[in-house]
Design a binder for this molecule. Structure first.
Ligand code: FMN
Length: 208
């Protein structure tokens, strides 16, 4: 087979795969309920042992809304962001593929029809836990200055803490992770040069 034909075939296969993955509409988040804040703070913790079971759609919707959903009519969010940049995108890596959380549309946009969970961190549990969130700063939304790195890191930290508190409220296991091969993961996720991986966070049911 000629090399050019091989490249065309490979490219077509890639496109087909991407098309196979459909946007996932999430059920409206349940924004009432949960356990009392002081109780949740008492129980917030890092856990690194995950059962492989998937999270049901309602729980996933609630989790993502708690993380960085829209909580006011003016489009502002459940976590603060410097200058209201809202520059942190949440990528959602599951066994089905890689998605981007669209907070306004309350849906998951397909990115890659590939299980890339193993590439989201250096620790073995990332490959089998049902959900890995990757917090990516979109620097095209940020006015660059000396504090850019500090602010994008802080903004991702607020989101991570929201996820920690939601997990404590719902008896889920979670760990935020800085130990990531960022160059390799950015390549796997096909990120643009203006996108910077800040942190990742694994979520799932605790292993019994
Ligand atoms: C910025 C940041 C990066 C972290 N990176 C990792 C990591 O790569 N792997 C990991 O297992 N835990 C990681 N952790 C979790 C910490 O180890 C954990 O929060 C700490 O041991 C305190 O435990 P606690 O969360 O239960 O209070 C990280 C925490 C933070 C805040």
């Amino acid at each position: 087979m000629r090399k050019s034909m091989f490249v065309v075939l490979l490219f077509s296969a890639g496109c087909l795969l991407a098309q196979d993955l459909k946007p996932v509409s999430l059920p409206p988040p349940q924004t009432d309920g949960g356990r009392p804040l002081m109780r949740v703070l008492k129980e917030r913790k890092t856990t690194r042992d995950f059962a492989p079971d998937k999270l049901p759609p309602q729980l996933l919707s609630n989790l993502l809304w708690a993380a960085f959903g829209v909580n006011r009519p003016d489009g502002k969010r459940t976590a603060p962001s410097a200058v209201n940049w809202q520059e942190i995108d949440i990528y959602v890596a599951t066994a089905e593929g890689l998605f981007l959380y669209n907070a306004k549309g309350n849906r998951l946009e397909p990115v890659l029809a590939q299980d890339i969970r193993h590439a989201t961190g250096t620790q073995s549990f990332v490959a089998t836990a049902p959900l890995n969130l990757v917090y990516v700063a979109d620097l095209s939304k940020v006015r660059s200055g000396t504090d850019t790195e500090l602010f994008t890191a802080a903004d991702a930290g607020f989101i991570s803490q929201n996820v920690y508190l939601f997990c404590a409220s719902e008896n889920l296991a979670t760990v935020v992770r800085g130990s990531i091969d960022r160059v390799a993961l950015a390549k796997t996720m096909k990120l643009r040069p203006q996108q910077k991986i800040i942190l990742a966070q694994t979520v799932g049911y605790p292993k019994k």
